[in-house]
Design a binder for this molecule. Sequence first.
Ligand code: NAP
Ligand code: HSE
Length: 436
Amino acid sequence: MEAVKVGVLGLGTVGSGVANILQRNADEIARRAGRGIRISTACVQDLKKQRACDVTDVTLTTDPNQVVSNTDVEIVLELMGGTDEARELVFKALDHGKHVVTANKALIAFHGNEIFLRAQEKGVTVAFEAAVAGGIPIIKALREGLAANSIRWLAGIINGTGNFILTEMCDKGRDFNEALKEAQQLGYAEADPTFDIQGTDAAHKLAILASVAFGVPLQFEKVYTEGITEISRMDAAYASELGYRIKHLGIAKRTPNGLELRVHPALIPHRRLIANVDGVMNAVIVNADALGPSLYYGAGAGAEPTGSAVVADLIDVVRALTTDPENRVPHLAFQPDALSDIPVLPMDDVLTAYYLRIHVVDRPGVLADVTRIFAVHAISIEAIIQKELQAGATSVPIVILTHQVNEQNMKRAIAELEDLSTVTSRITRIRLETLS
Ligand code: NAP
Ligand code: HSE
């Protein structure tokens, strides 16, 4: 049987990774898919650019219509990134009856609901495994492997660039910007790296994970988002003394009052496996009612790890080319007419424990003021340490771990603490998750 012809939008880091895997593993891929898979056309911006893959048998073009409207092409890979042009081209491809495989989390997080609807109308598939956690097959695990379960919560390190920077900075003492530059050189970072360091990329991914886990529409705009830019080596060192590591987490949790959807740095007990996931590696813990906890670990970014997920999707699509659309796995795991409207909780209502670093004047009574404010806001202290006064310093850091309290109480307490004349600078607050 003739090989399935694939058209590619974008032959950069991920596109080249995909091309290399398809070429290197061609025989095994054909044995799995039932047909060979060949890239016939690829659209790029710059035809003169050196490619990290063999393009001898590929028609290169700068006109995306030669991919999305090409009658020879059965499957379009969207690997160019961005949301506006990518959305337009994906719609064109769907309207031409092509299946689409994408690694673009921003596209799915923003436009997934309408894209899946159009795909359903056209009887084609949009696959997006590579959009979350690089090469880890977490979408497949949630959508198929865990289909028997009600998911209670999931939590993950889902941005490779951010985890790489944190590891380099906190464990190896490297400068933040230097580590970011290296992540960019290694092909991990987004075209706009502020997406990685400000948490936006992780929020895109969390919105997708939450949809697939809980059967709710994509709601990126409701994800509470903080990045890694405020994390300091000092906090990493204090956290370590207390038996914790600081990681950037995406958390989606079902509670009696609604869903928590949040992305932010968190202290995690050192003994948890996920606390020891370093560098570009990602990991997601899923807590499900029948299976209990399970952990998925692997490279979260990079050419071939991401290419691995794209090619797996391609194989799935090829296997399903002759099946009725109704018999395919639904895009968001649940049947499209069975999505639920569970509300997303405002961040003020979220319950977590906290790590606080408060710089205070070193004199009697200061700690009593701090604990009085905590008592007023029903905040219970789990541990407290006062660090030594550094030579030449006028204030001492106090590090406090609290029990769980709702976010609003903590915000009010911090505002009152910062008003005290004895508190000398802004308080550092990092949430603490035991993940138990
Ligand atoms: P990249 O290296 O910058 O590659 C983008 C490719 O798209 C390039 O080949 C570029 O052409 C082409 N392109 C961009 N805009 C275009 C346009 N308007 N018309 C035609 N071609 C265009 O990006 P990447 O790292 O491979 O990422 C691609 C997608 O995968 C993004 O959505 C990203 O979020 C996602 N992703 C990336 C990773 C990763 O580890 N890098 C992991 C998971 C998901 P030229 O080469 O000629 O400039
Ligand atoms: N920039 C993303 C990351 C790529 O570093 O995780 C993988 O989605």
